[in-house]
Ligand binder design. Sequence first.
Ligand code: C2E
Ligand code: CA
Ligand code: CA
Length: 570
Amino acid sequence: IWKNGQFDGFIGIRINVFTFLTGMLGDGDGRGFLLHAKANGHQVFSEIGDMDLAGPSKTFVMNLDADNDGWEFTVYPTREVLALFQSPLPYIVAISGLLIALLFYVTMSSRIKAKTNAKLLRKAIRRRQEVESKLEHMAKHDALTHLPNRSYLNIYLENKIKECELKGRKIAVLFLNIDEFKSVNEIYDHGLADEVLKIIPQRINDALKGSAMIAHLGGDEFVICLSENLIEQKLFIYAEDVLKSIRTPIIIGHETIRITASMGVSYYPQHGQTASELVTRAEQAVNQAKSLGKDVYTIFDESLESTSVQKAAMLQAFNKGLDEQQFEMFFQPRHDIKTGAMVGAEALLRWNQGGNYLSPDAFLDLAEESGMIVSICNSAFDMAFAQYHHLFSGNPPIMLAINVSAKQLAHPDFLNDLFAMMDTHEFPSEMLEVELTEQTLIQNYESSLATLNALHSAGVKIALDDFGTGYSSLSYLKNFPVDVLKIDKSFIKDIHKNKGELELAKAIIAMGKSLKMEVVAEGVENQKQLSILEKEGCQQAQGFYLNKPLPFSQFDQLFNKKGRHSDGYN
Ligand code: C2E
Ligand code: CA
Ligand code: CA
């Protein structure tokens, strides 16, 4: 049956030979002879019954075995017919011949038709099976990577669990999440990000020598199942190999993409008895790995089960930190490359936990997520303005650069709070520079633009931070009032080793200069880099080679020793 142009089922026809032949031949007596038919030795039709026949010598038998189904017809003339003709045999032969030719034709044509129909039917069934297996594949596999998806993974794991339960074996479920995959999507086009997602499982497969089942849960999430009898030390090797394989730069066309991944591990039977329990636990473990700084793996730990408990503890710690003024700034000097003079400093947030200074990477994400970033930074900014006020007394001022995140910029009190702090500490607005990344600006384009314009008209300078790692779109540079371009440290790292990197840095410097911006190189770690930057006309530099971020007391000493008219570095 064809429905909407599609084959849907088939028709079977059953022919009753007896009825068929009786209908075709009509009455035997009127006809003058009787028919007896066999197929494969079995009687399929007979008009003879217990009738008195003319005897075997008067019969005519024909084997119709052309089609291998052993049809045999015997024609018996009736006694009346035999009596009518003296020599009836030729007539009988002629009539029988005709009859048999007819039967032969009927049989053969129906066989041929049946064969053709069967062929069509087989083709349609094959096509239907193909479609069905394709649909089944789609339901169980990811459309992009063609790897097993979550529902297949569940079936697979449930089966493995049954198997391992019998044999007393372990299973390890490794939940892999690419770190910052969002930025790969933002920086490159989606086609390239998709390519990266296809390459990752190949890398994992190579690292594990094809011995594991890899599922793609969608997005940047993969699950690896290892089912051999694991000993923990072996898992350590597997996990490290997988993370290493992802760390290796991915080259697609002219692009070199560097990514890392975090991994969470759960074991059967310790951490769960069902597939979904194991996957959930491994996912919780990957979140632990992320909070530990990414590019690492963590084995699920019951005591850290609830990340919300962890978060609540962290929020409590933030509040205590704010009460006790534990958030303060370190200051990393910025130098004029030509003269070596210190022309400013970037304030970098530190969490002073009893003399142990925690870097922003360890807590900034949670501070952002919880909104605590606003009070934390306000507290540290306030302290920095006060410290700078002290620094300026008797010295000509230098620039103070502060970092502002998206949450801070979007806060309705941002401008009021900032101007109020500057007023309190009599901080000249032309000495303040606000560093923002392109990602921050794009998050709330309209309001960002309005806030930046307000800052700019008050004399505050705007710096585009980490330039080159975001959208690097010229439209931002044109539409926002940007005064300073800070080249991200990843572009400076290899300028003395790699011609391509140098060309890139040169292009950014030239572009910044042509847009009348001050160009600052971040992350300068050696003299070679500094000399190249000077030669290429980059105006300012910041980095460990010149000065590390310093606590205020050391920064104060350095500033008073060298002052802004320093004739050399450090
Ligand atoms: P950033 O704005 O790009 O800051 C520069 C980072 O590079 C600092 O890391 C600094 O210590 C580091 N650095 C400086 N010179 C070198 C060098 O020569 N080599 C290398 N490898 N690194 C160098 P830090 O202090 O850990 O800050 C990390 C990020 O945290 C900052 O990146 C910034 O985005 C954010 N941050 C810091 N302070 C604040 C703040 O007060 N508010 C906000 N919203 N974010 C902040
Ligand atoms: Ca910065
Ligand atoms: Ca930066």
